[in-house]
Design a protein around this ligand. Structure first.
Ligand code: ATP
Ligand code: MG
Length: 421
């Protein structure tokens, strides 16, 4: 019988069989960032709820519907982080990183996020992101750098069936003009009550509505790209040119809005074509106003977050299996009490020398222990009984060929290190 408890709805356990893939994905996302000078940061999994309501935006789905708030004893309201950009910026400001070092401050993180969503494949209530933020610089090369690093990361995993969608959301000069024009247009449509309200609070989000009935009415809607000011247009053109020079393919998507309020200018999303409606494997953009929204100085910044869970699904969809090394190289099988002591010592010595070694625990008989050795995926079994010990040797059995050789106990570490090279 299993226990009477299950993982909470919308969550799942990462078990040892799947863990190597998850770890490899996180590493593939992180490696390009480290090479580009991003420093690792960790922040708490919960924060003052106002950091998110102000930083992510009251009108976003994330804050209005998906936030896990915590009951507490102090008078501070806390929420599980739904995303990490606001937290990372809060931490950078708190530690004065923007005053101490060079700008941009380049940071990356890896961790779980929490959103109260309707669970389905690729959409969970706890999920994992690796993300990057470059804080305090306005430079199209920086926007392009981040996009290139994400593209490199996905490619390094062998993924091919993904696309990069790119748009500019304008800035505080040109977006209000567009917003008013869009609102005018939306007021003339036949929309349900919720959508009418959204059109008033956050009209750009209506462009993102997935429903066919809404999309059909949006044909002919004013497009932000026709409203961009000269500065935004020039900036976006430079981002596009740098991406092209770096041979990163992209598609202009004038309707790409993304769910967060704080984006300005560059916005992008990576979508994978094998994932059905949960197709976004990562996204990000420039957020020039966020620092001021949470009480900091003006710090134009850009960042992204890539979804680890959906990348696992994307690898499956493309039939890509990442190499998963077995958990040990050597598995020790003692025959008798005296051999137990000696082989346990040998296993400890091997591990200290950097060899992955495991041991037949639980006093198994020879047959069960050899089966355990096979199942462990180890290349060699180390077998010894009293006669071997009397001769100062152990039997080294190659589990793939079945060949067995006696090795002097005091030469065991060097022999195995040689064989495992
Ligand atoms: P979606 O439109 O699918 O809801 P999003 O715009 O809410 O995605 P972001 O906030 O941009 O997503 O987060 C970046 C990435 O994190 C997404 O591209 C996706 O890969 C992943 N992600 C977001 N929400 C979830 C979730 N509930 N479960 C699993 N992964 C998620
Ligand atoms: Mg979402």
């Amino acid at each position: 019988m299993s226990s009477s408890f299950q993982a909470p709805k919308g969550t799942y356990d990462i078990l040892p069989a799947d863990a190597p893939t998850v770890l490899a994905i996180r590493e593939a996302f992180a490696a390009p960032l480290r090479r580009a000078g991003y420093g690792y940061i960790e922040t708490p999994v919960f924060e003052d709820v106002k950091l998110f309501s102000r930083g992510v935006g009251e009108s976003t789905d994330i804050v209005s519907k998906e936030m896990f708030t915590l009951t507490k004893r102090s008078d501070e309201d806390l929420a599980m982080r739904p995303e990490a950009t606001a937290s990372v910026l809060r931490a950078a400001l708190q530690a004065n990183l923007h005053r101490i070092g060079n700008l941009p401050v380049k940071l990356w993180y890896s961790g779980s996020q929490y959103r109260y969503e309707k669970p389905q494949k690729g959409r969970y209530r706890q999920f994992w992101q690796v993300g990057a933020e470059a804080i305090g610089a306005e430079d199209p090369a920086l926007d392009a750098e981040l996009i290139i690093l994400a593209d490199d990361a996905f490619r390094s995993l062998g993924l091919r069936n993904f696309r990069l969608l790119l748009n500019s959301l304008g800035d505080k000069q040109c977006r209000p003009v567009y917003r008013a024009a869009l609102q005018d247009f939306l007021r003339g449509l036949d929309l349900d009550e919720d959508t009418v309200r959204r059109a008033e609070i956050n009209p750009l989000r209506v462009l993102d509505d997935k429903r066919e009935s809404v999309q059909a009415q949006l044909v002919g809607a004013p497009m932000l790209r026709d409203y961009l000011c000269e500065e935004c247009k020039a900036y976006h053109e430079q981002v596009r040119e740098i991406l092209t020079a770096a041979q990163v393919p992209f598609e202009d998507d004038p309707k790409l809005v993304r769910g967060l309020d704080y984006y300005t200018r560059t916005t992008f999303e990576f979508v994978h074509d094998g994932l059905g409606s949960q197709s976004a494997v990562g996204g990000g953009g420039r957020y020039d106003g966020l620092s001021e929204m949470i009480g900091g100085p003006a710090l134009p910044s850009v960042g992204w977050a890539l979804g680890v869970d959906r990348t696992v699904l994307a690898l499956e969809a493309e039939g890509i299996q990442l190499p998963t090394p077995g958990s040990s190289d050597v598995f020790a099988v003692p025959l008798g009490e005296q051999a137990r002591t000696v082989l346990f010592g040998a296993v400890t010595e091997l591990r200290r020398a950097g060899v992955r070694a495991d041991f037949a625990y639980g006093g198994k008989g020879l047959k069960a222990a050899m089966k355990a050795a096979d199942r462990s995926g180890a290349r060699f079994a180390l077998v010894a009984g009293e006669r071997d010990l009397a001769e100062g040797v152990v039997q080294l059995k190659d589990l793939s060929t079945g060949d067995q050789t006696a090795v002097a106990l005091d030469a065991l570490v060097s022999t195995l290190k040689e064989k495992l090279k």
